[in-house]
Design a protein around this ligand. Structure first.
Ligand SMILES: [Zn+2]
Length: 328
């Protein structure tokens, strides 16, 4: 993806701009999507872009959660209809979720009726409590509640340690009050969102969202760009699903991590290549009688330079893939 997207993430505290930098920034802004909102109190820290009419995306950082980024490391979106607003993912803390809520309120005063979670991972659900005051329906895959309940203690402990007291404040587990069994349509007035549960892939509770007015497809963490994919479900299931998505017609897709919006089918290709490389390498190692330990040192390392956070997640991905593939 364009380096502009990456550089934007890297620029945390803004140094004084040279004239050349200023011109470059002005040009980048002119070329950016329809709308850009930066709340005054959160300048340099939080922005959303209108990628299609009424459809806003905040891009998270390619980082692990920390006191500095306050769990703002995934993409979060909101869709504005004639009657109501739906939020898609809430970031990794209540403080980050509140920034998202402020960004929504700067755009519209319409009621926030739905908070949709694309899957159970903390970087997508730990901001849920920031929307409690709106009394929305919390919406997710029917397996999300069980997944989150099983992991709640561990997720809370890990995030408390990594975020620190201040950014951890107010975080609680909020499971769906509206569970999607297969497919569900939410009416926002003049536009609807079609929610579809997906088979086990990135996790066992991935949910996709399609906006009927613009055709935009929100893939959650079924699509990673720049940020290395994280496997917590089935690598074979994930590859099969990506194959299916590559045949879909959508004018744009929104990844769970990556740029605000991307095009099909190209957007899927680096992830297909990454997961496909792991499968091919692990299968060969198993066939040659190699161990899991061998695999974690060899499999998929040709992909190392293609992804951010590779060293943090790759060995876990290989471990999960090995467990799945050794019983073929
Ligand atoms: Zn994520």
């Amino acid at each position: 993806m364009p380096m502009k997207e990456v550089d934007q993430q890297a620029a945390t505290p803004q140094p004084a701009l040279s004239r050349q930098d200023f011109l470059r920034a002005a040009l980048a802004l002119a070329a950016s999507p329809l709308f850009r909102y930066v709340p005054a109190e959160a300048a340099d820290r939080f922005d959303v872009s209108e990628i299609a009419p009424g459809l806003f995306v905040h891009q998270g950082r390619y980082e692990l959660q920390s006191p500095l980024n306050r769990g703002d490391m995934a993409n979060a979106s909101f869709v504005v209809g004639a009657d109501a607003v739906a939020v898609i993912d809430t970031l990794g803390s209540v403080v980050a979720g509140r920034d998202l809520r402020s960004a929504i309120r700067a755009v519209t005063g319409k009621p926030i009726r739905y908070v949709i979670n694309t899957h159970m991972h903390p970087d997508h659900v730990f901001g849920n409590a920031a929307f409690k005051e709106d009394s929305p329906a919390f919406v997710g895959h029917y397996k999300l509640a069980r997944g989150l309940a099983t992991r709640a203690d561990r997720y809370l402990a890990i995030n408390k340690g990594m975020l620190g007291e201040e950014a951890f404040e107010g975080i609680e587990i909020i499971v769906p009050t509206l569970a999607v069994e297969n497919r569900l349509t939410l009416d926002l007035g003049g536009r609807s969102l079609v929610l579809e549960t997906q088979p086990t892939a990135h996790t066992d509770n991935d949910l996709t969202v399609t906006d009927t007015v613009t055709g935009t497809l929100f893939l959650g963490d079924l699509l990673f760009s720049v940020h290395v994919p994280t496997l917590d479900g089935s690598i074979k299931g994930w590859l099969a699903l990506l194959d299916e998505f590559s045949r879909r017609q959508a004018p744009r897709v929104v990844p769970g991590h990556g740029p605000h919006a991307m095009a099909l089918p190209e957007a899927l290709q680096p992830e297909q290549r990454y997961l496909g490389t792991i499968v091919a390498d692990v299968r060969k190692l198993i066939k040659d009688g190699k161990t899991l330990e061998d695999a974690t040192r060899i499999a998929g390392f040709a992909e190392r330079d293609a992804w951010r956070l590779f060293d943090h997640y790759h060995v876990r991905n290989v471990t999960a893939a090995f467990a799945e593939l050794e019983w073929e």
